[in-house]
Ligand binder design. Structure first.
Ligand code: NAD
Ligand code: UDP
Length: 324
């Protein structure tokens, strides 16, 4: 029983957070899910509400909160471009004040704390694939900066709390992750393409679709998060977690059409400002220190995600922002 812990997951009702909570509850831990439901809904964790080792707290991570915990996964932050650009100042506050609040809690409780950082810290990368040693190419004054620079500042805070206060931290840089329970109106490419294909709408390719991304299935990613939390204290990261298989956005669109069996048209729309042209993780560190590598190929993960999209009732999802 001594290995069972009290674990806080901020952003725990979101896409990744709800799966992480589920896994931790199944492992028997006492899980506190904290969320303000900006980009999620309670239905993501409804199935956990009756479990004696699960607790849901509506709270904004920019405000202090006093809880007694052994581990903290800090996932609270809007992740899709349309969501984080909706209120960019709040996005920056969520990253920075959220980090300060969870780090303060970790210091007080002597808890381990893991930061969900992002491949966006590399901006529009000039080094490809991206290793953790690459310092990135971020536009600090563009529309993506609230997220990219917020996450970079959070990494700085995590490292400084480690150096100055010996807080036991971990930093994970997550690359594009997809799967069931993504918000269907989050505007991200996988959810957009599947929703559009199933709804018989045109598939919106931003630019000519030649930009690349590497897509990781959510189960692989959640496994990586837990491995990182359980890793020896000497290895605090940052560590990349993502699937190194790289696809153009046009290839993704074609695969979605093939797997859904739909015949939608591809239409080109303007490329958003500062949209990265290429992205692919170098996962050497994750393989070495965590013995982690993705196991679910895109075709298989997309098939499962499409099946889930077929089962949901879109009218139960409120577009969280007008930017979807
Ligand atoms: P998501 O939007 O589904 O989840 C984020 C959760 O945080 C939501 O439940 C939202 O309501 C909550 N939240 C937002 N602001 C909050 C605040 N101020 N206080 C409390 N809760 C707040 O996104 P996700 O894809 O599950 O992402 C989870 C984390 O992983 C985020 O930190 C994101 O930056 C990071 N990440 C995700 C990806 C990805 O591809 N999914 C890639 C890189 C990084
Ligand atoms: N994209 C697209 N059509 C869409 C949504 C996104 O072509 O309907 C592109 C977007 O311009 C980007 C890529 O898909 O190049 C991934 O976008 P997403 O918002 O999912 O994540 P990002 O990696 O940009 O944060």
């Amino acid at each position: 029983m001594s290995s069972l812990k009290r674990i806080l997951v901020t952003g725990g009702a979101g896409f990744l957070g709800s799966h992480l909570c589920q896994r931790l509850v199944e492992q028997g831990h006492d899980v506190i899910c904290l969320d303000n439901f900006f980009t999620s809904q309670k239905s993501n964790v409804n199935h956990l509400l009756g479990r004696p080792n699960f607790e849901l707290v509506r709270h904004d991570v920019t405000l202090p909160i006093f809880l007694e915990v052994d581990e903290i996964y800090n996932l609270a932050c809007p992740a899709a471009p349309g969501h984080y650009q909706y209120n960019p100042i709040k996005t920056m506050k969520t990253s920075v004040l959220g980090a300060i609040n969870v780090l303060g809690m970790a210091k007080r409780c002597r808890a381990k704390v893991l930061q969900a950082s992002t491949s966006e810290v590399y901006g529009d990368p000039l080094v490809h694939p991206q290793p953790e040693s690459y310092r990135g190419s971020v536009n600090p004054i563009g529309p993506r900066a609230c997220y990219d620079e917020g996450k970079r500042a959070a990494e700085t805070l995590f490292m400084d709390y480690r150096r100055s206060n010996r807080v036991n931290i971990r930093i994970v840089r997550i690359f594009n992750t997809y799967g069931p329970r993504m918000h269907p109106y989050d505007g991200r490419v996988v959810s957009n393409f599947i929703r559009q294909a199933l709804g018989g709408q045109a598939i919106t390719l931003f630019g000519d679709g030649s930009q690349t991304r590497s897509f990781c299935y959510r189960d692989d990613l959640v496994d990586g998060l837990i491995r990182m939390m359980d890793a020896p204290d000497e290895f605090c990261g940052p560590v990349n977690l993502g699937n190194p298989e790289e696809f153009t956005i046009r290839q993704l669109a074609e695969l979605v059409l093939e797997l859904t069996g739909c015949r939608a048209q591809l239409v080109e729309e303007p490329l958003p400002v500062d949209d990265p042209t290429q992205r692919r993780p170098d996962i050497t560190l994750a393989m070495k220190h965590l013995d982690w590598r993705p196991t679910v190929p895109l075709r298989q993960g997309l098939t499962r995600t499409i099946e889930w999209f077929r089962t949901i009732d879109l009218s139960h999802y409120r577009p969280p922002t007008p930017n979807y």
